[in-house]
Design a protein around this ligand. Structure first.
Ligand code: HEC
Length: 223
């Protein structure tokens, strides 16, 4: 839901880049293919989504995109939903579902322990980092960055596990499983108790030890 506009923008920019680099001269034969002639005039524009030379009856951004030089199309709701998985620091984007420390404990054993170790200490040879420990070390000579010591928001833990773990099968965990694993890791890090249960309401309320360790960066993400 947060990336829709960006996605539309970049689709449009992609279509534009293709157009400017890939189109040969008007009506030209290229390697046996005849390329449709361009309209007689295309106005120069600094707009990110230029007005299509093809008439846009609806006048909407989507319709404009679909008809832009005959290239590209607007992404469907389903296509956007499939990759729209980001979770914001305040919890926006968290799905329905819930999971407990106890459920997370057995899931961890089954799907994570082989790489992150019995005590969440990480297994160096596999490149898998420790998930807990290192609290208050970030300002020291030997900073240890873990979920416990580094993350400012528990929502980042949810987002990361959901998007990237387990390493050999990212995206395979259900929402309930990710809530459970988050509760387990935060519990093992002493941030929550062993009776912890998490859902979309409670997860953003978790107070992370390094919550105040970041400085806000006011620069916009990109154009
Ligand atoms: C095959 C090995 C492997 C498995 C299985 C695995 N991980 Fe990881 N995990 C990694 C590696 C390697 C990284 C570091 C990735 C990187 O830095 O790009 C990582 C990073 C992480 C991090 C980020 C830690 C940090 O401080 O940045 C979390 C959280 C995490 N894993 C949780 C899990 C959970 C939960 C599971 C089980 C569902 C799991 N991992 C299963 C290898 C694994």
């Amino acid at each position: 839901m947060f990336m829709r506009d960006k996605l539309r923008q970049s689709l449009a920019i992609g279509a534009l880049a293709l157009t400017t680099t890939a189109l040969p001269a008007i009506g030209q034969e290229t390697q046996g293919r005849t390329v449709a002639p361009l309209p007689a005039e295309i106005e120069e524009t600094t707009e990110l989504v230029p007005t299509s030379p093809v008439a846009d009856s609806e006048g909407t951004a989507d319709a404009g995109l679909e008809s832009n030089f005959g290239l590209g199309r607007a992404a469907t709701e389903a296509e956007i939903a499939a990759i729209d998985i980001d979770v914001m620091p305040d919890g926006r984007g968290l799905p329905e579902g819930n999971g407990s420390y106890a459920e997370g404990s057995s899931l961890y054993e089954e799907k994570c322990l082989a790489c992150h170790g019995e005590n969440l200490e990480g297994i160096k040879e596999l490149g898998a980092p420790a998930l807990i420990g290192g609290r208050d070390t970030l300002g020291s000579d030997k900073p240890v960055k873990t979920v416990e010591s580094y993350l400012a928001n528990a929502s980042t833990l949810y987002d990361y596990i959901h998007r990237a773990m387990p390493l050999d099968s990212p995206g395979s965990l259900s929402a309930d499983e990710v809530y459970a694993l988050s509760a387990y890791i935060l519990g093992r890090g002493g941030i929550l108790g062993e009776d912890a249960e998490l859902d979309a309401q409670s997860l953003p309320q978790v107070q992370m030890p390094n919550a105040d360790g970041f400085i806000a960066d006011p620069r916009p993400d990109s154009l």
